[in-house]
Design a protein around this ligand. Structure first.
Ligand code: AMP
Ligand code: GLY
Length: 448
């Protein structure tokens, strides 16, 4: 089978690598792919027509044309923007096999207001919130929040309604920060239409856990509905060690998560997973793909912070190396509505996957820095290098083209050994301004 993977990040490198390991997969095309997928076994990058990308109608027309001509057996969508812009609908309208939620179902990620209404309607446990329609109302509610004359005022969580590439959530500690945020989102339009509306949410404490899952629900019925959660993972969103500094797209991940105990997992199933599945079916959605539950787990209870309608980045780079099943067959089963009873298995042990970023990220950073990899040293560590923001030059050399440059994923019998191996492997990679956290897999996020 030939597979087409849409996207260009570390997540897509990991997806393509795992798919290519399947005996059923002959070739993996990536659109557009990156400097890592360009040289991955069985993989090939596909140039997109100038000025188009998979989220644009022109890009989607190109991709459906390519899939039809090449006899692509499955198209797997990595990032959220093409999903929110109906790439799945474009493939299905031409009878082409594609894995991902349609545009309607993608609203679970594309609109926070819509997603919070969904959670409320179907009883999914989440933080209390209110949707805010305009700037004046936002200022009034923020003032009200911070004016209470008691010492227990918590920060205010402000979320832009639309897709904002990791820049849409601000945790305001005081009125001035809240005012600056809503002014930027709702008055100055810093996020475009994505910031026109917002959600104000109660601040929760606990430990963040990401549960990715394969899901298959069609025609609004629970009859053949299935959802298979993967082993839990933890992203590390803050830029600096000890969970300090600005939020980023993710500085590294680890899987599994020992503090996501069987007790909390049971709670997750009852309070989040099952009502979500019921809601998707009752809304009559066509959802065949992946769903990501961003959770805040307290002692025994967990709350849903957000849905993503795709696999997480960098969680995927930690989770897929632990999967002991054929990923291509899993993807096909989800697309064909045959997920129920799929033998999903996991290796024992852990994977630690620290990321390396360009100096200055998530702010301003340089592009075009040459990346050198000591392949012999890397080979000896047994770790897998997933490239994210880096491209190949004409001479085959690798230069950074984004802030999150790469993720190093290492397996170990336990998290400590996995982390040690991952950091040793990272020594084999160098680029000017290379920066990374040293506590991936060891820090536990915000504690109560
Ligand atoms: P989201 O895009 O909704 O996952 O939010 C991005 C990040 O903001 C999360 O990974 C959390 O670190 C943080 N966050 C979101 N909602 C809350 C909340 N209600 N309480 C505390 N932190 C939150
Ligand atoms: N790691 C969070 C995300 O993929 O959005």
């Amino acid at each position: 089978m030939k597979i087409l993977v849409i996207g260009s990040g570390g997540r897509e490198h990991a997806i393509a690598w795992k798919l290519a390991l399947s005996d059923h997969v002959e070739r993996v095309y990536l659109a557009p792919g990156n400097g890592g997928t360009a040289t991955e076994l069985k993989c090939e990058n596909l140039g997109m027509p100038a000025g188009s990308d998979p989220a644009s109608p022109e890009g989607q027309a190109f991709l459906t044309g390519f899939a039809a001509k090449q006899g692509i057996g499955l198209c797997v969508i990595g990032p959220e923007a093409p999903l929110a812009n109906g790439i799945v609908d474009a493939f299905r309208s031409k009878g082409l096999p594609v894995l991902g939620p349609d545009k309607n179902a993608a609203r679970l990620e594309a609109s926070k207001v819509w997603a919070k209404n969904f959670m409320e309607k179907y009883g999914v446990r989440t933080a209390k919130s209110i949707s805010v329609q305009d700037y004046g109302e936002a200022l009034r509610l923020a003032a009200e929040h911070f004016s209470k004359c008691n010492t227990s005022i918590r920060p205010l969580v402000i979320k832009a309604d639309g897709l904002a590439a990791g820049k849409g959530v601000v945790i305001a500690e005081n009125y001035a920060e809240a005012e600056a945020c809503v002014t930027s989102f709702m008055k100055d339009g810093s996020l475009g239409d994505a910031g026109k509306r917002a959600v104000f949410e109660k601040h929760l404490c606990g430990r963040e856990v990401s549960v990715l899952a394969a899901v298959s629900i069609t025609q609004g019925t629970m009859e053949h509905a299935a959802i298979l959660p993967f082993i839990p993972a933890r992203d590390h969103k803050r830029r600096f060690d000890g969970d300090t500094g600005p939020n980023t797209g993710g500085m590294g991940a680890v899987a599994p998560v020992p503090d996501f105990t069987p007790e909390v997992e049971d709670d997750f199933r009852g309070a989040v997973l099952e009502p979500t599945l019921r809601g998707i079916a009752e809304e009559g959605m066509d959802y065949r793909g992946f769903i990501f539950f961003g959770l805040m787990a307290a002692e025994k209870k967990c709350f849903l912070l957000e849905y993503n309608v795709r696999l997480g980045d960098p969680e995927t780079q930690a989770v897929l190396p632990l999967m002991d099943s054929d990923f291509a067959l899993l993807c096909l089963a989800a697309e064909q509505g045959k997920l129920h009873g799929f033998p999903l298995a996991w290796k024992n042990g852990a994977v630690c996957a620290p990321g390396a970023v360009a100096e200055g990220y998530p702010g301003v950073y340089r592009k075009g820095n040459a990346i050198t990899i000591d392949q012999d040293a890397l080979g000896k560590t047994g770790a897998k290098l997933f490239i994210a923001g880096a491209q190949r030059c004409g001479d085959g050399s690798l230069v950074n083209s984004g802030g999150r440059v790469l993720t190093m994923a290492a397996y170990g019998p336990n998290a400590d050994e996995a982390c040690e191996r991952a950091y040793r492997a990272l020594d084999a990679v160098r680029f000017e301004g290379m920066a990374f956290r040293r506590d991936i897999g060891r820090s536990r996020g915000c504690l109560p």
